[in-house]
Write a protein of this length. Structure first.
Lengths: 87, 245
């Protein structure tokens, strides 16, 4: 990977905590595309667009994305087969 | 909103120059919460017309300093937020922020070590919080910091790092200066490479817990290098902060 603009999910941990209601970067996810199981914090973040896209660090497919409009926030987690948070 | 996510107004109580382009700002927080070393605060600026710009800045201070945090911020010439901090903000000014945020790129003494920290430029900030936290811990795991800077004058926290390493046989600091070196320089003078990573692993100890923070391409190269040298991927945590310019 040679994209100097890519960040880690940690960079948007504040937004994610707002959307999910808990600190989600230390939770585990399974990628719905390749089955990789890892911390949400390992997802790679593209933040330069109108929304934010989080991709699997193993297969680079989209796992989570969100965008804010003037009236709504759209959150798409269809790329994850689960997110598991400890309690 | 849960408390760490609620925006609050912090007051700047001190500003210190670390290097020509990097300052540390001490912020007094009305709703301070103890953080974990490696966490950050989100800072939000709002213009008169309502336009908002938001950035994340790593906490440099250890959680033992109640009521305030130090954010060490590099001035990015075409940035939206850091030039405001460097060129406009003065002691006594107020800034909107929320945190502490993040849980993945964080360390606390129970996580143990050995600690292998790799920094590029201002990527050293969250790693300094880890080293400061480690310095005050009862049991200090062995630690090595491999730190890449452009020039000698760009080395953030240089004197404190020297003092920490001199006082602690369990801490090794390895510098590399990529752009220019003083005449008497005895450290490395090239970008972080496999040989340097191997040296850092040897200094830290086997199966280290690695934290890498810096420009995206440096983080990428260092993380791949550590895994190739046998560090388990699950023990490598990364924080990329984008392009260097």
């Amino acid at each position: 990977m040679d994209d100097p603009l890519v960040l880690d999910a940690n960079a948007v941990a504040g937004d994610l905590a707002e959307l999910f209601g808990f600190e989600v970067t230390s939770a585990t996810h399974r990628c719905g595309h390749c089955g990789n199981v890892a911390a949400v914090g390992t997802l790679l973040a593209w933040t330069q667009g109108p929304g934010v896209t989080l991709r699997c660090s193993a297969c680079r497919e989209v796992v989570i994305r969100y965008v804010r409009t003037a009236t709504h926030t759209y959150l798409d987690v269809s790329g994850a087969s689960y997110i598991a948070a400890g309690h | 909103m849960p408390e760490p996510l609620a925006w609050q107004i912090g007051k700047v109580t001190a500003i210190r120059a670390e290097t020509p382009g990097v300052n540390s700002f001490t912020l007094e927080l009305p709703s301070w919460r103890a953080h974990r070393a490696g966490q950050h605060y989100d800072v939000r600026l709002t213009a008169a017309d309502g336009y908002q710009a938001q950035r994340s800045y790593s906490i440099a201070s250890p959680p033992s300093r109640a009521g305030e945090v130090d954010l060490t911020i590099e001035r990015i010439a075409d940035g939206e937020v850091s030039p405001y901090f460097h060129d406009v903000i003065e002691v006594g000014d107020r800034v909107e922020l929320r945190g502490p945020i993040g849980g993945y790129f964080a360390w606390e003494p129970p996580l143990g070590g050995p600690l292998l920290l790799v920094a590029g430029g201002s990527g050293v900030v969250p790693l300094m919080a880890i080293l400061r936290e480690r310095a005050s811990a009862e049991a200090r795991p062995p630690a090595a910091l491999l730190y890449s800077s452009r020039t000698f004058d760009d080395v953030i926290y240089r004197e404190e790092l020297d003092a920490l390493a001199a006082a602690d046989a369990g801490l090794r600091v390895i510098h590399t200066l990529t752009r220019a070196q003083p005449p008497d320089w005895t450290g490395h003078a090239r970008r972080i490479d496999r040989a340097m990573l191997a040296e850092a692993i040897a200094a830290a100890g086997a199966e280290p817990l690695a934290y890498i923070c810096g420009p995206t391409l440096l983080v990428e190269a260092a993380a791949n290098g550590l895994v190739e040298l046998g560090v388990p991927p699950a023990r490598v945590r990364t924080e990329r902060f984008g392009p260097t310019s």
